[in-house]
Design a protein around this ligand. Sequence first.
Ligand SMILES: [Zn+2]
Length: 121
Amino acid sequence: MERSEMEIELYCTQCLDHTLHQITYINDKISKIECEECHNLLQVRLDIKKEFLKESYHKAMAKPQQIRKEYKKDRSDFLIRFPFRAITKPYRLVKYFNQSWKVMKAYRTNDPNYQENSNNQ
Ligand SMILES: [Zn+2]
């Protein structure tokens, strides 16, 4: 997760003028916009958990490309190491993400099946 800030001139409905506004981003999404003159604040509700999962997912998905790069770079060495990585890593990741999604979905929707499912594992 990354938080960044940016200053930009925007029209403020309180000041009725163009003023400097501070925009705060979480990853690439705007989380708030604040007028630096009157401190009028516009807050955007973000699903932080969803952002975090999305980020983790993209990080995990970047791995196969690294493997492909390695494959091009050194074919023989790659073939020796490939089966181990291909089998264990994606499996663990898929399991982790499926489980995380289940937990978060149940948390949000208050799914009555959630308790049942977690006891079966
Ligand atoms: Zn203002």
